[in-house]
Design a protein around this ligand. Sequence first.
Ligand code: SF4
Length: 216
Amino acid sequence: MEKFSPHCVKCNVLRCSTIEKKGRVPSSCPTVKYKDLIEETKEKYNLPENQAVIQGWQILMSRILDPEKPREKYSWTRVDEIIEYAKIRGMKKLGIATCYALLFESKLLSGILEENGFEVVSVCCLCGEICPQDVGLKGNIFCNPILQAEVLNREKTELNIMAGLCVGHDILFLRHCKGETTPLIVKDRALGHNPVAALYISQNNFYKDRFTGKSA
Ligand code: SF4
């Protein structure tokens, strides 16, 4: 059964991206294999909270992909997109969940958001000052992504921005955060927080064994 799991990244048909809908898709295609889910997701899109997000996204895209200004799309940074999305949605209060090590960057972000008229709440991962031993861990300091999420929940922030939470801590934050949340900074200790660079360099001959563990 496993071999019939969806593998869109290996698909050569890409019928889902065409308007004509010609061509036979692989038997693992989720469009074919999970027909029942298609109807279920349609219903979910009609929920008011999801309508609000996709309508906001659509207005944002209409501004980024304006056919009258074809080069405009290259001028939108992620920061611009987040600000525009929040404005489109009429949001007033934004949250930043930041890693302690990214406080400098998060302060810059907070200032930009405030200059754009938002009220900003920021919560550092070390908040709570819990002793690691109290939750079964070793060491002297304890990051508390669940508390970050719960503080932002209590503060009723309308959009939360994740800034450099570690792998695992980001999972806990997302699991407990009730507000809409989007990432801005994804921690990558080796690549200046630009994780996609790992994929690009994996195509370079010099780095070809970098991620496989095989020696050159
Ligand atoms: S959804 Fe179907 S057609 Fe589209 S990439 Fe995946 S397998 Fe291919």
